[in-house]
Design a protein around this ligand. Structure first.
Ligand SMILES: [Zn+2]
Ligand SMILES: [Zn+2]
Length: 301
């Protein structure tokens, strides 16, 4: 996977900075470790949710690796390299992914959640496919909210299995940087890489297929304006998740997205660290800024 011929590698400039970085097969296993760390460091009742998401990530790791061998990459047919994750298309391996995920979570969650998982496991495939479309369209009804996380988690596995098979030659650079060039999904947050030739490069991270794509740090990722970008952090924090977590806001359009400096928190994960740094959201929303970047596991948006 992600293999390139010697000619392709030789043709790259020496300090080559890829536009696109594919997710590794270990992405969910690494995210589970990060959620565990963040849960252990959290002193509030929120830690229970972070610990639950560590279990979800572990189950996603099982599901991803179960479907990878048979996850055939579709031909490009629309604007994005992969079918758009906008509710018009559900990957063929979604049902398989969901079943594996539910089996992996069985017995590892509290009775209330277990009841929801059992309910989901008893649904017909047609029912599940229609619900999955509503999840991606953000049209989930009140009584289906309890299923949203699990359905989205399985959708992430199916799209990530595809994205992990792409190389940066498959995903050419595009002007529009606020949505994923692979699946059109929203960028949850950015990471600024640390170390070696990639020091300081900023990549946005997709909340559906876990692809990363490069975007200039000096530019607003919502409106492309460069005149009023500001970075804010919770004052007086010199360690832990908040040490690496910034809000990147734009005075022009009034929106912000999280940005995580790997130089400060080496193992920061855009999905996990976003959920453990809500203090940054409280700070920025108190200044009237609007959050952008949809985290699939953040329910109160
Ligand atoms: Zn994507
Ligand atoms: Zn802007």
């Amino acid at each position: 996977m992600n293999t390139q011929t010697p000619e392709q590698i030789q043709n790259k400039p020496f300090f080559y900075k890829p536009f696109f970085i594919a997710p590794q097969h270990t992405i969910f296993a690494e995210r589970a470790i990060r959620f565990d760390e963040l849960a252990a460091a959290d002193q509030s009742s929120w830690r229970d949710y972070l610990a639950l998401l560590a279990e979800v990530s572990r189950a996603q790791d099982v599901a991803l690796n179960a479907i990878l061998p048979t996850s055939a990459l579709p031909e490009k047919s629309g604007e994005t390299r992969l079918p758009k994750s906008d509710g018009t298309h559900i990957p063929p391996l979604f049902i398989n992914s969901l079943q594996t995920l539910l089996a992996a979570l069985n017995g590892k969650v509290n009775p209330v959640i277990q009841a929801a998982l059992n309910d989901l496991a008893a649904r017909s495939d047609d029912d599940l496919l229609e619900m999955a479309k509503r999840v991606l369209r953000d049209e989930v009804s009140e009584n289906e909210q309890v299923f949203r996380i699990w359905l989205h988690a399985a959708l992430q596995c199916a799209w990530t299995a595809w994205a992990s098979q792409l190389s940066d030659d498959d995903v050419p650079s595009v002007d529009e940087r606020s949505v994923c060039p692979c699946c059109g999904g929203d960028a949850v947050a950015s990471v600024v890489l640390s170390g070696g030739d990639w020091e300081g490069l900023r990549y946005l991270h997709c909340g559906v297929c876990n692809s990363r794509w490069n975007a200039l740090r000096a530019k607003c990722t919502f409106c492309n304006d460069q005149s009023a970008i500001a970075f804010q952090q919770v004052d007086g924090v010199e360690e832990g998740v908040l040490h690496g977590a910034y809000g990147e806001s734009c005075g022009k359009c009034g929106a912000y997205r999280k940005l995580f400096l790997l130089a400060n928190q080496q193992y920061a994960d855009p999905i996990a660290d976003d959920l453990a740094s809500l203090a940054v959201d409280i700070l920025l929303s108190s200044e009237g800024l609007q959050r952008g970047g949809r985290n699939p596991f953040l329910l109160a948006e």
